[in-house]
Design a binder for this molecule. Structure first.
Ligand SMILES: *Cc1c(COP(=O)(O)O)cnc(C)c1O
Length: 233
């Protein structure tokens, strides 16, 4: 039986194709290969039916930022071939549960979270990104730059995690390009410890071209593809 999901979202394919074209464009300008970029479509606050529609359009990587919501959707859509990327603040007590459905966690921001994610019995490795705070405000998500090495080492010592690289959200109060340049420098520091941990998760709807120019490998793009998010409840 054909899925009815695309019919529910008549503009979705056009928006997805527009973003894909934008990625190709930004890669050309940066002299980078499109194949080195993973597009994660951020589906937070949207219903499972939208994720299903995306899957029908060939999307394999989706991003969510709240555990309860992500878990519910991942269970409902378990029959689909999707990689669930957890990109939001993760409570220590929810870590093990999030690890069950997530193929990647982009928001590793403290050593206690790594301890909570460690699962000696797991035969599967979860891709781990160390989230870095690009502002001086400790209230924002991410580890302060001074703590990058010790957090990365902690992930490297944890067999159920595979350190992939760094993640960040560009601060609103400065040009994204400048922030992503700093992130590229932090990525080098992580690669000095683990050369294979070369991924950079950065770039959202309004700054993905700048992120690509600065070396991003994993884009997390929501509203440009999904349309505006439903009211946050
Ligand atoms: C919501 C969110 C995104 C996507 O944001 P858009 O501006 O809608 O593209 C990316 N990363 C994180 C961490 C988010 O919470």
């Amino acid at each position: 039986m054909a899925s009815e999901a695309p019919a529910l979202y008549p503009d979705l394919n056009a928006r997805l194709q527009a973003v894909r074209a934008g990625i190709v464009d930004a890669c050309e300008r940066a002299s980078r290969e499109v194949d080195d970029i993973t597009l994660i479509v951020v589906t937070k606050f949207h219903p499972a039916s939208l994720v299903e529609a995306l899957s029908t359009l060939g999307v394999r990587d989706v991003g969510e930022n709240r555990h309860q919501e992500a878990q519910t959707k991942a269970e409902e859509l378990a029959r689909l071939d999707l990689n669930w990327h957890f990109i939001g603040q993760l409570q220590t007590k929810k870590a093990r549960q999030a690890a069950r459905y997530s193929s990647a966690i982009h928001s590793i921001d403290r050593e206690r979270l790594v301890d909570a994610l460690a699962d000696p019995e797991s035969e599967r490795q979860i891709d781990a990104f160390v989230q870095i705070n690009l502002t001086d405000d400790p209230g924002r998500g991410g580890v302060a730059p001074a703590g990058i090495e010790s957090l990365a080492e902690k992930v490297l010592e944890t067999p159920s995690l595979r350190l992939r690289g760094v993640m960040s959200v560009a601060p609103l109060e400065e040009p994204a390009a400048a922030a992503f340049e700093r992130l590229a420098g932090y990525s080098e520091r992580v690669r000095a410890l683990a050369p294979e941990a070369s991924a950079i998760s950065a770039g959202m709807t309004h700054d993905y071209a700048e992120a690509i120019a600065a070396g991003a490998t994993h884009l997390r793009i929501g509203s440009a593809i999904t349309g505006n998010r439903p009211e946050h409840r």
